[in-house]
Design a protein around this ligand. Structure first.
Ligand code: DSN
Length: 438
C-alpha cells in the first residue's frame, strides 16, 4: 500500500498549483533544484570544510561545495581574496547564530530592527518583561524603530541610539520592512561606534542577485541570507564575510553549532545560484518588484493604509487598524478564496502577533509563474472584494472572546459561497500560469 505521506504530498502539490502563493517568503524552486535536493548526496557525511574533512569519501562532495562557494561569490560579484562564503548553515536563524557565536562574547551588545517594525526573531527578539529568544538570553539587545509618521527608518536616529548604546554588532534586515535599507549608511554608523555591520538579506537575496535591490557589498562586514525566498533555491542559508572573519565563521558553523552539512541542500543552492546568473533571472527580479509596486499602488489608491506608502521590494504590508477587519480574519478569508497571504503585525500595532492588525503579501512566487501587472490588477480585484466583504466581522476586544469568535468565523466562512466562488475563479486563472514543476 502506498504510504499516506505521498498522498499528502500530492495534495500539497495541487494546492500550490491551484492557489495564489502570496506569502513573500515563499517561492517555487526549479525542478533541477528539487532533483539535486532529492539526490544521493543526502546519504553522505562531510563534517569539516572542503579538503579538510573528518570523514572519508568526500572527493566529489568537496567539488560540489567548492563550486557552490565559487558561485556565491560570482553571483554577488565578490573577489575571493577579500570575501569568503560558507554554505553549510541549515537555515537563516542558525546562520545568524553562527555569526554571533563567531564575533561576539556572551553579554555583548546587539542592536537590531524592532520585530513589529519588520525585524526578525533571530536578531534577539525580547519583550520588555520577557526574554523570548535564546539570543536575547545571551546578549544585551536594543532595537531601533521606524519613524511613527513615515514608517521608514530615520538613520540619524539610529546613529544617535548607536552612539549611546554602543553595540558590538549592528544588524539590518527582517521580514516585513517594505523599503530598501541604506547599507552604506548603516555601515558608516557601525564604523563610528566600532561595531560590526551584519546585513541579513534573507528576504532580498534574489533581488540583490538580480540587480533589483541595492547590494550590501562592499559595505557590510558579514551578510547572511536564506536561499529559498527570492533566490528560489532549496531551504538553506549562505553566510558571506570579509576574509579576515572566514576562520571564525567557518568554525562557528562547524563544530561550533552544527554537525555534518546537508550536502543535498548545498547542491540545490549551487543549482539555484547558476540560474541566478542568467538574464532571465535579472528580468524575474525586476518584475517581482514591479508587480509588488503595482499591488501596493492599487491598495493605496483604494484608500487602504499601505505601510510606508508603497514598496521598493517584493512585499506589501497593509495596516488595517483603522479601516476594516483584523489581519487574522482577512488572511483566513483569503485562504478560503485561494489566495494565501500572511496575517502580520504592523509598526505600533496595538494587537498581538496572533491577532495582528495587518496583512503581508508578496510577489516572488506569482511572478515565478509568469504573472505581470495585468494579473496583479485581477488579483487585487479579488483581494479588495474579500476585504470589503468581511469587514462586518469585527474581532472582539476581549481576549477570551477572540478565540471563540475566530472558531465560529472559520466554521462559517469555510462554506461561504462568495469566497468559494473566488477560489474557483483563482483556480481557473492559475491554470494559465503553470508552476515550474516537471
Ligand atoms: N518566516 C520568514 C518569513 O516569513 O518572513 C522569516 O524567517
Amino acid at each position: 500500500m502506498k504510504d499516506k505521506i505521498f498522498e499528502l504530498i500530492k495534495k500539497e502539490e495541487d494546492r500550490q498549483r491551484d492557489t495564489l502563493m502570496m506569502i513573500p517568503s515563499e517561492n517555487y524552486t526549479y525542478p533541477e533544484v528539487r532533483q539535486a535536493v532529492g539526490s544521493v548526496l543526502m546519504q553522505k557525511y562531510a563534517e569539516g570544510q572542503p579538503k579538510k574533512r573528518y570523514y572519508q569519501g568526500n572527493g566529489i562532495v568537496d567539488e560540489i561545495e567548492e563550486l557552490c562557494e565559487e558561485r556565491v561569490l560570482k553571483v554577488f560579484k565578490l573577489n575571493s581574496e577579500k570575501w569568503s562564503a560558507n554554505v553549510q548553515a541549515y537555515s537563516g536563524s542558525p546562520a545568524n547564530l553562527a555569526v554571533y557565536n563567531a564575533l561576539l562574547s556572551p553579554g555583548d551588545k546587539i542592536m537590531a530592527m524592532y520585530l513589529p517594525d519588520g525585524g526578525h526573531l533571530s536578531h534577539g527578539w525580547q519583550m520588555p518583561d520577557k526574554k523570548i529568544t535564546f539570543v536575547s538570553k545571551i546578549f544585551d539587545v536594543s532595537f531601533y524603530h521606524v519613524d511613527p509618521k513615515t514608517k521608514v527608518f530615520d538613520y540619524d536616529k539610529i546613529e544617535k541610539q548607536a552612539l549611546i548604546f554602543k553595540p558590538k554588532i549592528l544588524i539590518s534586515g527582517g521580514t516585513a520592512y517594505p523599503s530598501e535599507i541604506d547599507h552604506k549608511k548603516m555601515a558608516q554608523i557601525a564604523k563610528k561606534v566600532g561595531a560590526y555591520y551584519l546585513a541579513d538579506i534573507a528576504h532580498e537575496a534574489g533581488l540583490v542577485a538580480g540587480g533589483a535591490n541595492k547590494s550590501p557589498f562592499p559595505y557590510a562586514d558579514v551578510v547572511t541570507m536564506t536561499t529559498h525566498k527570492t533566490l528560489r533555491g532549496p531551504r538553506g542559508a549562505i553566510i558571506i564575510c570579509r576574509k579576515e572573519y572566514e576562520e571564525a565563521i567557518d568554525s562557528s558553523v562547524f563544530p561550533g553549532l552544527q554537525g555534518g552539512p546537508h550536502l543535498h541542500s548545498i547542491a540545490g543552492i549551487a543549482v539555484a545560484l547558476e540560474k541566478a546568473m542568467t538574464p532571465g533571472f535579472k528580468k524575474y527580479a525586476s518584475q517581482v518588484v514591479k508587480n509588488a509596486r503595482y499591488l501596493a499602488k492599487i491598495f493605496a489608491d483604494s484608500g487602504l493604509d499601505v505601510v510606508s506608502g508603497g514598496t521598493e521590494k517584493h512585499l506589501v504590508l497593509v495596516d488595517l487598524t483603522k479601516s476594516k477587519a483584523n489581519g487574522a480574519v482577512v488572511a483566513y478569508a483569503h485562504e478560503i478564496a485561494g489566495i494565501v497571504i500572511n496575517k502580520n503585525t504592523t509598526p505600533f500595532d496595538p494587537m498581538t502577533p496572533f491577532y495582528p492588525s495587518g496583512i503581508r503579501f508578496g510577489t516572488p512566487a506569482i511572478t515565478a509563474r509568469g504573472m505581470k501587472e495585468k494579473e496583479m490588477k485581477t488579483i487585487t480585484g479579488w483581494m479588495l472584494k474579500i476585504i470589503d466583504y468581511i469587514s462586518p466581522y469585527k474581532l472582539p476586544g476581549n481576549k477570551e472572546a477572540r478565540n471563540t469568535f475566530m472558531k465560529a468565523f472559520k466554521e462559517k466562512i469555510k462554506k461561504d459561497e462568495l469566497l468559494l466562488g473566488i477560489a474557483e475563479e483563482v483556480k481557473n486563472f492559475c491554470q494559465k500560469f503553470p508552476v515550474p514543476v516537471k
